[in-house]
Design a protein. Structure first.
Length: 161
């Protein structure tokens, strides 16, 4: 168990912003605001810093490549301009350093999606930002990536019909 104390807590509820702390046991928040810190709890003094719920990056390519490793880039499937069967889960890299950067910024969930090279790029997936296996980080399918205009044309050329 640990307690974040001396913080400005943004609750994302009808309580709004409160001064105080957050008491956490395992992965569960037990109390917010004026908390009683139990004996044995690890105390993290936030020294007036702001504490928020985990943020969600609603349009992210984090996890879709290991930057600096072009052969591991799974942002775009260039075999066809229409690839609805492709899933972000299948190309997700749990150890992409961009996920670490997201966590440092307070992001706990990303809506991982492919790039805009294809008219239909595939299935978008919500993923946790921390873990070792993509299947364990997977939360749900969010939708289908679609793009129009210059990006698909640049990758696949103008298509005459």
């Amino acid at each position: 168990m640990y307690a974040l104390t001396n913080a400005t807590v943004h609750t994302a509820t009808d309580r709004g912003t409160v001064d105080g702390g957050v008491l956490v046991e395992g992965s569960e928040i037990r109390a917010v605001g004026d908390i009683d810190v139990p004996d044995g709890a690890e105390v993290l003094d936030c020294d007036g810093e702001h504490v928020t719920p985990g943020l969600i990056d609603a349009h992210s390519h984090a996890g879709m490549a290991e930057w600096g490793e072009p052969e591991d880039a799974d942002i775009n499937e260039l075999t066809d301009p229409v690839t609805p069967h492709v899933s972000a889960l299948d190309g997700f890299h749990p150890h992409d350093e961009e996920l670490d950067h997201a966590v440092q910024g307070g992001v706990t969930t990303v809506s991982a999606r492919m790039g805009s090279a294809n008219v239909i790029g595939g299935v978008i997936c919500s993923m946790k930002t921390h873990g070792n296996l993509a299947d364990e980080m997977f939360l749900r399918e969010d939708g289908m990536k679609a793009a129009m205009g210059e990006n698909p044309k640049r990758f696949h050329g103008d298509q005459e019909g």
